[in-house]
Design a protein around this ligand. Structure first.
Ligand code: HEC
Length: 109
């Protein structure tokens, strides 16, 4: 069991070039729900920042969302996240937002 987990971790960097590792995905989900949610609404239906629901984002190009997340929007409250996120992670978030963002895992910590 433990050996299988070690093997899996060893393989992850290869498999996960495009996708953050599962533990990192959970961190990202929590970050979006809590940090992004403080402006975009806890349900991501909008607040200080616009709604980030699939309907609201339907006509937004993925590239522009990724750029907005990485660099922020100067002159607006939308901050840059490049200190906290890599570009592939921002892309993963943008793809999930457009598709319907996952809930935080309810597992006890
Ligand atoms: C301090 C408040 C604040 C926080 C925190 C914040 N945003 Fe924003 N965000 C904004 C505002 C305000 C805008 C609208 C900017 C504008 O007027 O163009 C925006 C715009 C966006 C857009 C573009 C939406 C569109 O309709 O074009 C995306 C995508 C986005 N934010 C994602 C995120 C993500 C992901 C996070 C967390 C990693 C986050 N934001 C955190 C305030 C915030």
């Amino acid at each position: 069991m433990a050996r299988a987990a070690v093997l899996l971790l060893a393989l992850l960097p290869l498999a996960a070039a495009a996708e953050p590792a599962p533990e990192r995905q959970q961190q990202l989900v929590r970050m979006v729900r809590q940090d992004c949610g403080s402006c975009h609404g806890m349900r991501l239906t909008g607040g200080l920042g616009p709604a980030l629901t699939p309907a609201a984002l339907a006509d937004k190009p993925l590239e522009s969302m990724v750029a907005t997340i990485v660099h922020g929007r100067p002159g607006t409250p939308m901050p840059p996240w490049r200190a906290m996120l890599s570009e592939p992670e921002a892309r993963w978030i943008a793809e999930r937002l457009a598709a319907g963002f996952p809930e935080e895992a309810k597992a006890p910590r």
